[in-house]
Design a protein around this ligand. Structure first.
Ligand SMILES: Nc1ccn([C@@H]2O[C@H](COP(=O)(O)OP(=O)(O)OP(=O)(O)O)[C@@H](O)[C@H]2O)c(=O)n1
Ligand SMILES: O=P(O)(O)OC[C@@H](O)[C@@H](O)[C@@H](O)CO
Length: 420
């Protein structure tokens, strides 16, 4: 059980809330050799998204991630690589309940000096494979647990629940409107859920699936049920991983920063691009020379924009783009999510003889490969037109290609040159 390095900051004056994330399963229903909590989504393990969801909430003082013994080193490397704070890794058990119980023990059988892992008043229990959890539902279940002793998120049933008879035929069905699906997060007064686990039979520990039931059975505590949102679902099957990937891609595709240099023709195309794109995505447009360490650009970075379009009037100014890459890297934006950087080369020469030699294409590909190591995906886009009347049509095509690259975020296409 080790807290992540540098994980302690000043402890809040009030009794803290802690979170236990069971991540010790094998993910059999998903299939494959890698347990689902460690499967990559947009290049990052699924568990890291759930840890991030907890650590960005300041009133959660400690995050306990419970993993199987063979995955402790993997979990440590995830915590280190993605800079997760306030994380303590604990060895899991052969069942989910046993893993959760091990996670709770770190507060009750505290092997760390007190100032490290203070026993929380309320503990959140949240499956590590439920990455889309927001502060609002966490706050609701914690407040409800403070009042009722236990609380859990619920959702309407999608399918009707039926019971089968011994012969495999329908025995009866439940009236769906009267029942709910128990989801996560759940929250408990620490003493209640810890006592429930202490009294728990081996049968419950090995076959149970519901923490709220343990609080009721062993501590006579009726959990408050809190309506949850649709995105609280658990990644169980392969389809859930695909769904998680597309939700994250969609979240990353909400904003783009269009950077043009100050040349008039480039600024004009930048303006037309802005007009084309703004009906599909939020556009921040700036016209600067990238050689300036522009405070405005820094503001864009703080706004967590993950998509950048640089419109240049000359050959791909790789060294200028390198400066943007350096600024992005310093901002830490690519740490958690891949950043899309589209280099738009504008060719409005009268003679359409413009050509990008193999040498130039190779330079772009080489640059893109280098930058991919920083989790920045670089794509080339050529806008060329001879007849001014075709400008709008060409820009429309460029905008469509830009949206496709932003939404797809395909690492296999980095360094390629598309032509609008
Ligand atoms: N011994 C176990 C089993 C499960 N879990 C965790 O409990 C959560 C919900 O359980 P489930 O979806 O059933 O995960 P798995 O048991 O891995 O899935 P499967 O049943 O398909 O093997 C997951 O984050 C899982 O890692 C755990 O911490 N320890
Ligand atoms: O049963 P599994 O181990 O797949 O997952 C656990 C779920 O049952 C559990 O997270 C919710 O039903 C809330 O208790």
């Amino acid at each position: 059980m080790e807290p992540s390095p540098g994980s302690r900051d000043a402890r809040p004056a009030v009794t803290p809330v802690a979170a236990v994330l069971p991540a010790g399963g094998s993910g059999e229903r998903l299939g494959g050799a890698t347990p689902k909590q460690f499967c990559a989504v947009q290049g990052r393990p699924l568990v890291s998204y759930t840890v991030r969801a907890m650590e960005r909430i300041s009133w959660i003082a400690d995050i306990i991630v419970v993993v199987s013994p063979e995955n402790i080193e993997i979990m440590k490397s995830i915590v280190e690589r993605y800079g997760h704070k306030r994380v303590t890794i604990v060895k899991g058990g052969i069942t989910r309940h046993r893993s959760i119980f091990n996670g709770l023990k770190v507060f009750a059988e505290n092997k760390f000096s007190n100032h490290l892992l203070q026993k929380p008043e309320v503990v959140i229990i949240h499956d590590a494979v439920r990455p889309f959890v927001e502060e609002d539902i966490l706050s609701k279940v914690v407040m409800a647990a403070k009042e009722h002793g236990a609380a859990g998120a619920i959702r309407p049933l999608v399918s009707t629940v039926i019971a089968s008879a011994a012969d495999g035929c329908l025995d009866h069905s439940l009236e769906r409107a009267r029942y709910r699906a128990s989801e996560m997060p759940q929250a408990f007064l620490f003493d209640i859920i810890y006592e429930a686990y202490r009294q728990c039979t081996d049968y419950d520990l090995d076959y149970g699936t519901e923490c709220l039931h343990l609080a009721l059975k062993y501590c006579k505590t009726n959990a408050k049920l809190v309506e949850g949102t649709a995105d609280l679902w658990k990644v169980t099957y392969k389809r859930d991983l695909y769904a998680a990937e597309s939700i994250i891609k969609d979240n990353l595709s909400q904003q783009v920063c269009v950077i043009t240099d100050v040349k008039e023709a480039v600024a004009q195309v930048g303006f037309l691009l802005h007009e084309c794109l703004k009906s599909q995505i939020k556009v921040e447009a700036i016209s600067i020379s990238l050689s300036k360490n522009d405070s405005y650009l820094q503001n864009i970075f703080s706004g967590q924009c993950y998509n950048f379009v640089c419109v240049k009037g000359n050959k791909y100014a790789i060294q200028e783009t390198q400066q943007l890459v350096d600024m992005l890297e310093k901002s830490n934006i690519p740490l958690l999510y891949p950043v899309v950087l589209i280099l738009v080369h504008l060719d409005i020469s009268e003679n359409i003889s413009f050509s990008i030699g193999m040498e130039e294409l190779t330079r772009i590909k080489k640059f893109a490969r280098e930058v991919k190591k920083k989790n920045i995906f670089v794509y080339g886009l050529l806008i060329q037109y001879k007849d001014h009347l075709l400008l709008q049509e060409t820009v429309n095509s460029a905008a469509a290609l830009i949206m496709a690259l932003i939404k797809d975020r395909n690492p296999e296409l980095i360094g390629q040159l598309l032509v609008a």
